[in-house]
Design a protein around this ligand. Sequence first.
Ligand SMILES: C[S@@+](CC[C@H](N)C(=O)[O-])C[C@H]1O[C@@H](n2cnc3c(N)ncnc32)[C@H](O)[C@@H]1O
Length: 298
Amino acid sequence: MLSEVLSALDVREGQTVIDATFGRGGHARALAAQVGRRGRVLALDRDPAAIQAAADLALPQLEVVHARFSALGEIADTRRVSGEVAGIVMDLGVSSPQFDEAQRGFSFINDGPLDMRMDPTVGETAAEWLARAPVEELVEVFRRYGEERFARRIARAIVVARESGPLERTLALAQIIVRAHPRWERDRHPATRVFQAIRIHVNDELGELEQALTHLETVLTVGGRAAVISFHSLEDRIVKNAFRGKVEDPAMRKLPLRGAPHRAALRPLGRLIRPSAEEVMQNPRARSARLRVAERVG
Ligand SMILES: C[S@@+](CC[C@H](N)C(=O)[O-])C[C@H]1O[C@@H](n2cnc3c(N)ncnc32)[C@H](O)[C@@H]1O
């Protein structure tokens, strides 16, 4: 959705923009061309492999930082660009290299270690979490983040399997899920939902997103725009609410500030944008992408 993002952000030469999810730099490169040498692109990614890939890009206007986007406010502050940023793009989820490289542990098709951390230098791996989580926690995560109807059955099957030895490989987990899953969906591998749920949990993806969105209104300049591409309904709901001023405070996760006084510094711009049929044909992974855009109004 590169062209949709560029036309939504509508950045000009000399402006400062942020790409909060650098990946392999598709958005950052295009934005760097738009702002030119007098402009500035600050890009973040939590994955050290993305930062390493960025080393090949010799663009004087581009700075790539190894950081989580929940720290967006702090990073903008230390670079003295808070309140001056004309555009922010967030392209959520995993990158193709993360998904395709079996060693990263995201794939239920190619065997790899059960890792799933976007930043393999910190935090608990999927294997470590699956080894220690009580059955109720497994059920909760599979239900909430995977919307998996058979969460309990699958969680129980995992608990039984781990009694006979640690679960360390993606294909071993996929096979347990395949055996436990009583009703397979058409065109969807039975492990899809549980793998998504584990990934979201291990990387605290929704907490990261909620926190990043709270920084938009201070980092953007008045009239500056944010474009967020999400890949499932849980993310999209958080983005939609934040753009309408209904911010969920991560510190009080259970208490959404619905209807509570909140400076409505962002307003949604236009409607939800979906990828073109042509883009979905070229890249089937784009089929569930949803783009929302907001503008800082005050
Ligand atoms: C879909 S890819 C982005 C692709 C990128 N737009 C491009 O053109 O190459 C998502 C990227 O966001 C990164 N990411 C996900 N969550 C993050 C977070 N909380 N903080 C920083 N980076 C994150 C991932 O590591 C991944 O590289």
